[in-house]
Design a protein around this ligand. Structure first.
Ligand code: HEM
Length: 481
């Protein structure tokens, strides 16, 4: 690609990509994995599966092996990035839930559950158990999982432990992998408050926040209901894919009779220590108003305040959209025209007509012919707070790849091929979707040049309550406690 090709108001720079230099500094010093327990004399089923025996019997050196590998790959960026964060834990307890502003991890597993109980006590027990388990998982501890026992008997795979309680085994696929910056974020869907028939499922319909809206159908939407909505949302993000998967799997396992998985969606993001990561369109994504580069006033933009129900204060609202990108179509568009679609330069992320990634958008700038340097239908022009009465959302982007699907062209010679089902997991946190996502996307859905390449295929809105303060507290207490 030449600088000339990439013109159109924003030349491609000759030098290397200009990173933000921001990188996400680890919030915490690396922590060692949970210390292994003492060796047990004989392999009883429980002690074996709780992890203590395995640790004593031979996996205790796993940390040393990992360290050796990292040393052997010194200077290899990918190996270093992985090894560096394995031992890092993100704080779980706090005023706000982790996983909203936390620097983007490299993997995500999104999940939504539907509740099969109508008992408020079940829901409370579930959230208490989930919170306690989430605290352990995010600390990188190998856990034995307490299982909810319905009044009539044991859960699906429960067995009695020595104290008479019920437990199930840690599946161990994340054993000794470390916390890997795991965050677990829980949200509540509208259907938790009001059932499809309008019923007050758990006696909390009066607490339904007005901000927890149902999104309307937008032009171009092809939403798959089975991959959308849900009673309870769980967002697991970690630098190791298996740590994230294990977390969702474990949380799903402890209440098989109360909550069932409705959908899951995997996503990924590249290492961002060198600057704002790129999405599958090849553009830096997260330069402005993202978890990586958040707006200055979080109180005004992200956190729910006194304008809504008291239980949501210090919480936030999530809008999730799975957005499929026709990568094959996009790849045929010359880079200079791609830049016109986005409104930024592809290589360094600078707004068209500006020198660096973090230069402000100059929406008034004209070229020699009097045309706007950032086109009227460019994505960033239409999405920017400046053109949306100051509306701000905080994006936390991941890419996804759900494989390929067969495709037959609808024109001669009716070529048959495979096309990607891949694109962007758009996660946007905000104080109120009615003043954030809704007005911004209503406009984008009508005129954004990006729409030629994108289709929204899944959608959900969740109320993400405040964090749990410390051991004994639980996510959802402000609503149900
Ligand atoms: C596949 C779909 C999408 C892609 C590939 C995409 C890509 C991008 C890129 C490359 C940028 C510029 C860099 C940055 O500031 O992060 C951006 C900015 C932005 N996008 Fe998107 N985007 C998509 C969908 C959406 C949707 C659905 C919304 C809905 C509201 C949205 C809202 C925004 C906002 C608010 C900004 C920041 C504008 C600013 O503050 O200057 N994007 N997007």
């Amino acid at each position: 690609m030449t600088g000339q090709q990439a013109g159109g108001g924003g030349e491609m720079p000759a030098g290397p990509p200009q990173g933000s230099g921001q990188g996400t500094p680890p919030a915490h010093e690396p922590q060692a994995p949970a210390p292994p327990g003492p060796p047990a004399p004989g392999p009883s089923r429980r002690s074996l599966l709780r992890g203590g025996l395995l640790a004593g019997a031979g996996l205790a050196g796993a940390g040393a092996v990992a360290g050796g590998l990292a040393g052997g790959f010194a200077g290899h960026a990918i190996a270093d990035a992985t090894a560096d964060t394995a031992g890092q834990a993100e704080p779980f307890w706090g005023a706000h839930q982790a996983g909203i502003l936390t620097g983007t991890q490299r993997q995500t597993v999104l999940a939504a559950f539907d509740l099969t109980t109508s008992d408020r006590g079940d829901l409370v027990t579930l959230l208490k158990d989930w919170t306690a388990l989430a605290a352990e998982l995010t600390a990188g501890e190998s856990v034995t999982v307490p299982i909810y026992t319905p009044p009539g008997g044991g859960g699906a795979d429960a067995y009695a432990d020595a104290t008479g309680g019920s437990t199930t085994d840690d599946s161990l696929e994340a054993y000794m992998l470390g916390p890997s910056r795991l965050t677990l974020t829980v949200g509540f869907g509208r259907s938790l408050f009001v059932g499809s028939g309008g019923q007050d499922r758990f006696g909390i319909s009066g607490q339904l926040p007005e901000a927890l809206i149902d999104l309307p159908h937008f032009a171009g939407d092809e939403i798959a209901a089975a991959d959308s909505r849900g009673d309870v949302y769980l967002q697991a993000c970690a630098d190791d894919p298996q740590v994230a998967f294990h977390a969702v799997r474990s949380i799903a396992r402890i209440a098989p009779d109360v909550a069932t998985l409705r959908w899951t969606q995997l996503g990924f993001s590249p290492d961002n220590t060198g600057g704002t990561p790129r999405n599958l369109m090849g553009f830096r994504d997260g330069t402005m108003n993202s978890n990586l580069h958040p707006p200055a006033d979080l109180q005004a933009t992200v956190w729910a305040g006194p304008e809504g129900p008291a239980w949501m204060r210090r919480g936030s609202y999530l809008v999730y959209r799975r957005i499929r990108i026709t990568l094959e179509h996009w790849d045929r568009l010359p880079p200079n025209l791609q830049q016109q679609v986005i409104g930024r330069q592809k290589l360094n992320g600078a707004p068209l007509g500006q020198p660096t990634e973090f230069s402000p958008l100059d929406l008034d700038k004209r070229d020699a012919q009097g045309n706007p340097v950032i086109p009227f239908d460019a994505h960033v022009r239409l999405a920017a707070p400046q053109t949306n009465n100051g509306a701000v959302i905080v994006r936390r982007a991941f890419s996804y790849n759900n494989g390929t699907t067969p495709f037959t062209e609808r024109w001669p010679p009716w070529r048959q091929a495979l096309e990607y089902d891949a694109g962007l997991l758009f996660l946007a946190y905000q104080k109120d979707p009615r003043t954030g996502f809704l007005p911004i996307f209503t406009r984008l859905a009508e005129t954004d040049a990006l729409n030629q390449f994108t289709t929204h295929t899944a959608s959900a809105v969740f109320a993400v309550p405040p964090g749990a303060a410390g051991p004994g507290d639980w996510i959802g207490r402000t609503l149900l406690g």
